[in-house]
Design a protein around this ligand. Structure first.
Ligand SMILES: Cc1ncc(COP(=O)(O)O)c(C=O)c1O
Length: 380
């Protein structure tokens, strides 16, 4: 595609290399996967999220029903509900793609899809370093990343892979800068209901003063309702932005599959107890895995949100090479994790080279088995 190469290349994902190179090991009986959320349709504690009977495949009907359900869902919960977004139509489908020629700023060390998408859309990504241990950004560095050509900022909140949940002060700074430079904030809030900060602990940026009319909130069914791979999502945005998003979405995707939209309508009718139970069960898994990883010697900060834990493997790996270390864990321990260097752009790869990411949307017995194997591996 003309222009893409000048703006920076789209890097291969390190996980692919590990998965392809070790495909023989993955899936064998002795292998325990705590690297990623492999595609399946039930939560890791076994019971099923209610699935509706599909009564209609009329595309229009489901789009409307899902929009209504989503609006109802938002008005019951902590989700975006600004005066601007409440009235706006929603767009089933997924993707924070940003069309046009622009600059986009993005914290680095977060979900790797935003920057390739920005590049493919003709933007020039600028990154801001997220800093351990709490994975916040430096104010001066963030200020310097904004400029007259900045059009959009991408924020993963709660963050994959760091587990960071941005606080009021951090969001206020983003609000100040977005207003000053007339920039749109694109928030991937897919882990909105998976956080460990208690009621009110997750602040939706669309409700932060100054961001109400300049935030595009992106969300999907996959994480909240344990249906990874369904690819049904939505955006909530002020009217002019929604109009543009709908056009792009229609040409790229047309519509999300109707049966899955119908399932979304049913899922969004689940009672509040579903969401509190979700956070409680993930917290139990987070504490089990993080406690064990700390004991084994990994350097980590327990995530405040999402179901991942980003670890520095350097204390266990003199070579400080997360990709090689992840391969060793597969072959020598029978446990998979994700080499996290793919969350950094190639020019900043050193910052993430020794990092690996474990995922805990798993049954408790799977996590216990992984811990036993990791402990045995570390003893050798
Ligand atoms: C931050 C983030 N956004 C988006 C997605 C993709 O979500 P979906 O499965 O709904 O396409 C993922 C999946 O891992 C994710 O971690």
């Amino acid at each position: 595609m003309p222009g893409v190469h000048e703006r920076g290349h789209v890097q291969p994902v390190a996980l692919d290399e590990v998965a392809q190179g070790r495909a023989g090991e993955i899936g064998r009986p002795r292998h325990v996967g705590v690297g990623s959320r492999f595609v399946h349709g039930s939560p890791p504690w076994g019971d099923q999220v209610p699935r509706p009977a599909v009564t209609s495949s009329r595309r229009g009907a489901h789009v409307v029903d899902l929009c209504r359900a989503q609006n109802g869902h938002n008005s019951r919960r902590d989700s975006p509900r600004s005066s601007a977004s409440r009235r706006k139509p929603l767009v089933p489908g997924h993707g924070p793609d940003w069309p046009g020629s622009c600059w986009s700023a993005s914290p680095r060390g977060q979900y790797e899809n935003y920057q390739p998408n920005a590049i493919l859309a003709g933007a020039v990504p600028r990154t801001v370093r997220l800093r351990a241990p709490d994975w916040g950004f430096d104010e001066a560095e963030l200020r310097a990343a904004f400029g007259p050509r900045t059009k959009a900022v991408f924020l993963c909140h709660p963050n994959n892979p760091t587990g960071k949940v941005y606080n009021a002060e951090e969001l206020a700074l983003l609000a100040e800068l977005c207003q000053r430079w007339d920039v749109v904030l694109v928030v991937d809030s897919i882990y909105e209901h998976i956080h460990y900060l208690g009621p009110g602990g997750y602040l939706p940026p669309a409700r932060v003063p100054g961001l109400e009319d300049r935030t595009i909130t992106v969300n999907a069914l996959s994480k909240t309702y344990a249906v990874t791979g369904w690819r049904v999502g939505w955006t909530v945005a002020p009217a002019p932005l929604t109009t543009a998003i709908r056009k792009v979405h229609d040409f790229l995707t047309i519509a999300a599959p109707a049966p899955m939209q119908a399932a979304g309508v049913a899922a969004m009718a689940l009672p509040d107890a579903y969401y509190t139970g979700l956070a409680t069960r993930y917290r139990e898994r987070r504490d089990l895995l993080c406690e064990a990883l700390e004991r084994i010697g990994f350097a980590l900060r327990r995530p405040d949100g999402s179901y991942y834990v980003l670890c520095d493997s350097a204390p266990l790996d003199a070579a400080r090479d997360g990709t090689a270390f992840a391969k060793r864990l597969i072959t020598e321990a029978g446990v998979s994790c994700v080499p996290a260097v793919s969350f950094w752009r190639p020019e900043h790869a050193d910052e993430g080279r020794s990092m690996v990411r474990f995922a805990f949307p798993k049954r408790l017995e799977t996590l216990h088995a992984a811990v036993e194997r990791l402990e045995a591996f570390a003893r050798v």
